[in-house]
Design a protein around this ligand. Structure first.
Ligand SMILES: [Zn+2]
Length: 113
C-alpha cells in the first residue's frame, strides 16, 4: 500500500495548480493513484443531460481529484502548511508529527496483525 501523507478530514494547503494557496478539507483519498479530493479545490463543471421527465439537465460543479503531492498538510497545532514525519512512540504507537513545530498531529491507526 502506498503511504499517504494526508488523510480524510485533514486540512490541506494547495501548492500548485489553479487553486494554489487555498486550503480545504480532504473529502476523499484515492490511495491507489495517490490522489486526493479537497473541498472547494479543483472544481470542474460538468454538463448534465436531462434524463427522463423528472430530472433536469444543467451545470454541476464538483471537486475533482488532484495529486496528493500537490497538497501539504496544515498542522492542527501551528496552523501552518507543514511537512509531516512519522515517529514511533515508546508504547509502539505510530504518530504523525509536524516537522514545523514538532508537535504530534495524530496517531496512525494500524490494522492489527
Ligand atoms: Zn505544526
Amino acid at each position: 500500500m502506498i503511504k499517504m501523507h494526508v488523510r480524510k478530514d485533514d486540512q490541506v494547503f494547495v501548492l500548485t495548480g489553479k487553486d494554489t494557496g487555498k486550503t480545504g478539507k480532504v473529502l476523499d483519498v484515492d490511495k491507489d493513484n495517490s490522489r486526493v479530493l479537497v473541498e472547494g479545490v479543483n472544481i470542474v463543471t460538468k454538463h448534465k443531460k436531462p434524463r427522463g421527465r423528472n430530472q433536469q439537465g444543467g451545470i454541476i460543479k464538483q471537486e475533482a481529484f488532484i495529486s496528493a503531492s500537490n497538497v501539504m498538510l496544515v498542522c492542527s497545532k501551528c496552523k501552518r502548511p507543514s511537512k509531516t514525519g512519522r515517529k514511533i512512540m515508546e508504547n509502539g504507537e505510530k504518530v504523525r508529527i509536524c516537522k514545523g513545530c514538532g508537535e504530534i498531529i495524530d496517531t496512525i491507526r494500524q490494522a492489527r496483525t
